[in-house]
Design a protein around this ligand. Structure first.
Ligand SMILES: [Zn+2]
Length: 151
């Protein structure tokens, strides 16, 4: 849980930095898996009837490419992150729901493995342009599959 104690927040605010188990993201609910902890670096302060937090949150998330159906790791990042949480009379203010919500919004609706720089998705759409080279690409992959089967 990414949380702050109200009594521990000095008037000038508090810097909160660390890692949190990605279980708090409940990624299974969207068919994804955590690939590492949630990292956060937040400046927390009191304002009015609530606590505000600004900074950066990030988490590596294992998603399935919609094209080639291979799992890949997408680095979800929210910067600048900004959240305001109502105090509700409690001394411990939980920032986790806000972090979860923002990180899930940062995930692509149609994840593709080539979202990662330098990675090209092995799947080529049949209707993609450049039909001439398409055939040779497909046969290359067929050959690769046959090689794998022989092993
Ligand atoms: Zn792919």
């Amino acid at each position: 849980m990414i949380a702050v104690h109200l009594k521990q927040i000095p008037p000038e605010g508090q810097h909160l930095e660390g890692e949190e188990d990605a279980g708090c993201l409940d990624l299974g609910a969207i068919g994804a898996k955590p690939a590492g902890p949630v990292r956060y670096a937040l400046d927390v302060g009191l304002s009015g009837g609530g606590v505000f937090a600004t900074g950066r949150v990030a988490a590596p998330v294992e998603m399935t490419c919609v094209a080639c159906l291979q799992p890949f790791v997408y680095e979800a990042e929210v910067e600048p992150f900004a959240a305001q949480v109502q105090i509700d009379g409690r001394e411990l203010v939980d920032l986790t729901p806000s972090v979860r919500e923002e990180l899930l919004l940062a995930l692509p609706n149609h994840p593709r493995c080539d979202l990662n720089n330098g990675h090209s998705c092995p799947y080529q759409r049949p209707d993609a342009s450049g039909g001439g080279t398409q055939e040779s690409k497909e046969s290359a992959w067929d050959q690769l599959d046959k090689l794998k089967l022989k092993r």
